[in-house]
Design a binder for this molecule. Sequence first.
Ligand code: BGC
Length: 745
Amino acid sequence: MKKEALEKLLADMSIDEKIGQLVQITAQFYEDDTVVTGPASKMALSEAALSMIGSVLGSTGAGKLKKIQEAHMEKHPHHIPLLFMGDVINGFKTIFPIPLGQGASFDPVLSGQLASIAAKEAAVSGLHVTFSPMADLARDARWGRVMESTGEDVYMNGRFAEEMVKGYQGKNIADPYRIAACIKHFAAYGAPTAGRDYNNVELSERTLREDYLPAYQKAVDAGCALAMASFNSLNRIPSTANRWLLHDVLRAEMGFKGVVISDWAAIEELICHGVAENTKEAARLAFEAGVDIDMMTAAYASQLKALIEEGAVRADALDAAAMRVLELKNKLGLFEHPYKDADEATEKQYILCSAHRKAAREAAAKSFVLLKNEGVLPLKKQGESIAFIGPYAEERWVHGAWSIFADEKNNVTLKEGIANKLGLREDIRFAKGAEILDEGQTVADFAKSVVSEVSAEAREKLLSEAVEAAAASDKVVLALGEHPAQSGEAASRAELTLSDGQMELLRHVSAVNKNTAVVLFTGRPLDLRAVEKYAKSVLVVWFPGTESGNAIADVLFADVCPSGRLPMSFPYAVGQVPVFYSEFSTGRPAALTGEDSRFGSKYLDIPNKPLHPFGFGLTYTQFSYSPVTLSRTHIAAHERVTASVTVENTGGFAAEETVQLYIKDDCAGVIRPVRALKGFKKVFLKPGERACVSFEIGEAMLRFYNINMEYKSEPGAFTVFVGGSSETQNCARFMLEPETEEVMR
Ligand code: BGC
């Protein structure tokens, strides 16, 4: 539809119709099979209001959505189509590794490809919008939603957000198999106090701008069509009611032109936050702040009209908000093709097709991080007997907490993956050994509570069968982990350990078989001290998705060598959290004050360093690095310096190395991180092979918010680190020269 036609349509719409465009509900209003929680269950929408709503969330299926669309358009006074939105996070039906696992691949371009597969499956099933990517910087492993993030690093998160937006949206969201992306949760949702979900976030404006906004900005620059306001309050103002954040920063400064949507029931929650006395005030605050769509409350539907009639909110602001929603529909081509790609035949053809499964298998293998390996891995396909033990040996829920459209029956278990690779043989044993949760331990999933209710005798039996299998085998692979519902939304944890039952299993099994490797399923960094005491090898597999078992088998048997790197530091103890590599310099660094002095910035009882740092990951071979060489030692602001290393595969397996570039600003007007990631490149090397890897460094990479909050670099010395993790000491120095008058002119 042409712009003029859209404007004519808006001008012809009643105030109720315009408000309707701003209302989003679930499909439970059309059928009765959706779980509705919290304030949403109290939603009271009249028949008339229902016929004018603008969008529906959380429902899929080409046939079903086409029917809903048809009926809605028929009833709607101007026959305006609905938008169908949903949480397509790490895949739609073919599930890829959780976003944290994708972060571990250090391969944003790959995540872009996965997003485009997810878009295709979602689009043929009738969806137009996904609530992804989540670009919240995550540094606190207690927060369950770290599993939805790509990790603790500013630069990495930005790269992933950008590629995912491009992957979902392509060049034009009207094109076949493209869906609109929604950057979330704006802003700084990843920094809740004490890691407790939905909690207040306190951040200085400097930290907000320097560390938290850049990833959202990358998504905005990539043309992301929607943005979601976050649940949290930021410096004591709920984002949903924060005009400075949603208007001055997001729209005016960051240049966002799309639709802003609230999070689930967040407008009504302004009452609980204590900033609105009633629904009417909540609606006014959110609307004035710049929230266009009200997700899952009746606040806009029931209050906006009166607010406009009283002059409490401006009618032209309603026009602008409704127009943004109409424009999104128009950009998707819905006025001409209201079903867009929804099609039962293509749904059958593409969903879970072999090409998508192949991509899922490769992506999963790339996300695994080998944290420790004292010789147990890789396993041999012949000549050694192996026991695969643990609650994840045959567990099918391996796609994590947020794959709400996935059916776990499509997932490949570890046992199936091993059987696919080796066949079922006598020297390959399987045993469960323990439940994931301890007796009586409960975790609430989205829809149900999961309680472990296995009797003490049954647990004893599981344990003894496992010990027997372990004792009879040359090696043990112990598949342990968090319960999938222990991470994700509303899944904060204060103790980052495995259940007692699983630890007991590990102790017993490793007592009878020293060659024990742990394969760890997790949605977050855990405190692995106790695990590493008993396990000779540890492979973190996150929640790998549909092809889980096949991908794990590929890596365990070295058909694919591990190449993942930690996207978040694994803490030494929870007491360190949030712990991240790019911490700030202090006046009393522990390294300077020394072990014997009390007065350093350190703990008395544990080291400062995490157990495993950001960027770390082993493989079955080794890589050596030459010293960093710089193409020059001084640059002016308009010049560039190239940092190079030669990387050599000195071991016995062909594998991929992730070469990482970090820069430290040695002295500046405000304190700078001890180092910050500025680039990374992957090289695949055969044994004995070498490659020269170079990074170009320019002045733009050295900018930060200076003492006057201007985003600028400062001349002086910079240290460049190039190596295989955030702890590399392989470095060289260059100087950024002060700008001469000639350059300034
Ligand atoms: C989550 C969002 C999600 C929304 C819609 C909320 O609870 O915070 O990330 O997109 O629900 O399902």
